[in-house]
Design a protein around this ligand. Structure first.
Ligand SMILES: *Cc1c(COP(=O)(O)O)cnc(C)c1O
Length: 333
């Protein structure tokens, strides 16, 4: 029988899910007072589950750091269940990560998105919040690309489909003292306590996606763990940004250097020349480099450099970018 045919209540699947949890605990050095959950509904479901679990009532407040599309969506959803303070005044999606945050002393938690997948904005380290404040991070698109000090967080979560495995499972790492305090109206499927109490087997979990995630965790450990992916990420992103920055304006990245993502590198060609960008994408596709178009909301080009993209693939991309520029700027005969 394949994993898809196994009962999620049987000892075989029980072994698969516990082994996946064990590997993730090793990879991120997760302390024993944190629970690891494998849930459904994607990262987007957590946009609602987080306020429902952490805000005691609809009058309570949370601080949101808005740095791009995903944190903006999370803040908008949280507003349905409590009050939301956007603590970096400029919510345009390009706010400066270095700016001091106007944190509210009474906030139930501080929320941020560790890597804005669409805008290419990444926190190199977690934002500075008081040690006793509950910090919540959406790490959907940069989890396992660098070491994290889990003990600094109340909740870390992320959908699996960017840096872990196939879609369908969302990983939640939650400090156990935060569980069991959900708002009375919280749907049972969004109550993290219920999932923790049942070892992520309250109802049928996405068994296949959990199996794949477990295999990827094992692979990541064998490759050298998050320290190795940290090193590769710096190398990969560094080489793409270096081509952009040394292209004399042929390629431009809209993100200031200190906020640039190592996972998603957005860039424009000749200041956003749609015809040239289309040509670039078509030529890249001919070389089997796919999915380089920017998100439909921002356009342009986006190179996503997830853990599955190896250094050799990035070398090919970089060589292609240089060739494309040289061909476009060659003197006309
Ligand atoms: C993709 C993504 C999401 C949404 O994930 P779904 O699993 O599609 O709900 C949320 N946050 C970030 C940072 C993402 O990259």
């Amino acid at each position: 029988m394949s994993v898809m045919e196994l009962s999620h209540r049987g000892p075989e699947f029980e072994g698969i899910i516990r082994e996946a949890e064990k590997s993730l605990r090793t990879l991120l050095a997760i302390p024993p007072n944190y629970r690891v959950l494998f849930l459904q509904g994607g990262a987007t479901t957590l946009f609602s589950a987080i306020p429902l679990n952490l805000l005691p009532n609809a009058e309570a407040c949370a601080d949101y750091i808005v740095t791009g599309a995903w944190s903006q969506k999370a803040a908008a959803e949280a507003k349905k269940y409590g009050c939301v303070n956007v603590v970096n005044a400029d919510a345009s999606g390009m706010s400066d990560l270095g700016k001091e945050l106007q944190l509210s002393p009474q906030a139930s938690y501080v929320y941020y998105c560790a890597n804005e997948t669409i805008h290419g904005v990444e926190f190199a380290q977690p934002p500075a919040v008081p040690a006793d404040q509950v910090l919540v991070a959406d790490m959907s698109s940069n989890i396992l690309s660098r070491p994290v000090d889990v003990a600094k967080f109340g909740i870390i979560y992320g959908g699996a489909q960017k840096n872990i495995g196939c879609s369908g499972v969302t990983i939640v790492i939650v400090r156990d003292d935060l569980l069991g305090k959900a708002q009375a109206s919280c749907p049972e499927m969004l109550d993290l306590f219920i999932h923790a109490k049942n070892g992520s087997l309250y109802n049928t979990p996405p068994t296949w996606s959990i199996y794949i995630a477990g295999l990827v965790f094992k692979w990541a450990l064998a490759e050298g763990g998050v320290e190795e992916f940290d090193r590769r990420s710096a190398l990969k992103a560094g080489s793409v940004y270096s081509v952009i920055d040394s292209s004399a304006g042929f390629y431009t990245c809209p993100v200031p250097v200190h906020m640039r993502s190592r996972m998603n590198v957005p860039f424009r060609i000749q200041g956003g020349d749609a015809k040239l960008e289309k040509e670039f994408l078509a030529a890249a596709e001919k070389r089997h480099m796919l999915q380089l178009a920017g998100h439909r909301s921002v356009g342009g080009i986006r190179a996503s450099l997830y853990n599955a993209v190896d250094v050799g693939m990035v070398e090919q991309l970089v060589a292609f970018m240089k060739e494309f520029q040289a061909a476009k700027q060659a003197p006309q005969a």
